[in-house]
Design a protein around this ligand. Sequence first.
Ligand code: HEM
Ligand code: HEM
Length: 229
Amino acid sequence: MKQTLAFLAGPGLTAALLIFFCGLTFKLVWYFRGLDWRLERVAYRPQMSAGMAGGLHSIYRWLLPYGTHGWRSHPLLTLYFFLFHAGLVLLPPFLLGHTVVFGQIFGFSPPALPQLAGDVLAVLSLIGGLLLLLRRVSLPETRLLGTFSDYALSSIVLLVLVSGLLARMHTENYDLWLLLHIAAGELTLILAPFTKLSHMVLFFAARWQLGADYAVKRGGHRRGPCFPW
Ligand code: HEM
Ligand code: HEM
C-alpha cells in the first residue's frame, strides 16, 4: 500500500495534472475555434471591445450567488450549487494537505487555507453535493434528464470529498482512506477533459460567448454591454 501511495502522490499526480491542464486547454481552444466553423465569430472580431465587456459581465453575474434571474428563480438549487462548488474550486489548490504535496513534488505551492476553513469548506461542499444529488433524483424533470454518466461523475466527486474527510480524521485506516482519496481525486482530474466535468472551463467559454453575443448582435449597441441577466 505504501508503494502505491508513493506512486500516486508522485508520478501519478504529475501525470494526472498534465492530462488535466493540457486536456482542458485543448477543449477551450477547440471551443473558440469551433465558433469559426459556424461563422459565429464573424461579428465578434470587429466588435471585440463591446463583445469582451458583455462576455465578462455575463461571467461575473453568473458567478455571484443569486446574481442573475436564473439563480434567483431557483433559490435552493443556487444554495446547494454554491455550497458544493465553493469547496470544489478552493480546496484542490489551497487545502493545506494539498499544498504540502505540491511543495514536495514541485518545490513550490500556493498559500494554504487555515485548517479550520478547509474543514468547514469540505463539510459544506459534501452537504451541498448530497443535496444536489437528492434534488436530481427526486424531481421528475431532472431525473428524466440525468444519464448514467452524470450520476457516475457526481458519485466520483462525492467519493473524493468523503474519503478526504475520512483521511483527515487520521483514524487507524488512514492509509486506506488516503489511497482511495488520491485515486478518486486523480481519476477526477483525468476524466475532466473527456467528460461533462470539462464544464469547469467550458462554463466560462459559453457564458463569455452568450454575453458577447447579446452585447454585439441583439440590440446590444443600443442597450450597452450589461445585459440584465
Ligand atoms: C469555476 C469552476 C466551475 C464552474 C463555473 C462550475 C459550474 C457548474 C454548473 C453551472 C453546474 C450545473 C448546475 C446545475 O444546474 O445543476 C455544475 C454542476 C456540477 N459541477 Fe461544476 N463548476 C465548476 C467547477 C467544478 C469542479 C472543480 C468540479 C469537480 C471537481 C465540479 C463538479 C460538478 C458536478 C459533479 C456537477 C453536477 C452536480 C449535480 O447537479 O448533481 N464543478 N457546475
Ligand atoms: C478533485 C480533487 C480533490 C478534491 C476536491 C480534494 C478534496 C479534499 C478534501 C475535502 C480533503 C479533507 C479536507 C479537510 O477536511 O481538511 C482532502 C484532504 C487531503 N487530500 Fe485531497 N482532494 C482532491 C485531490 C487530491 C489529490 C489528487 C491528492 C494527491 C496527492 C490529495 C491529497 C490529499 C491529502 C494528503 C489530504 C490530507 C489528509 C490529511 O489530513 O492527512 N487530494 N482533500
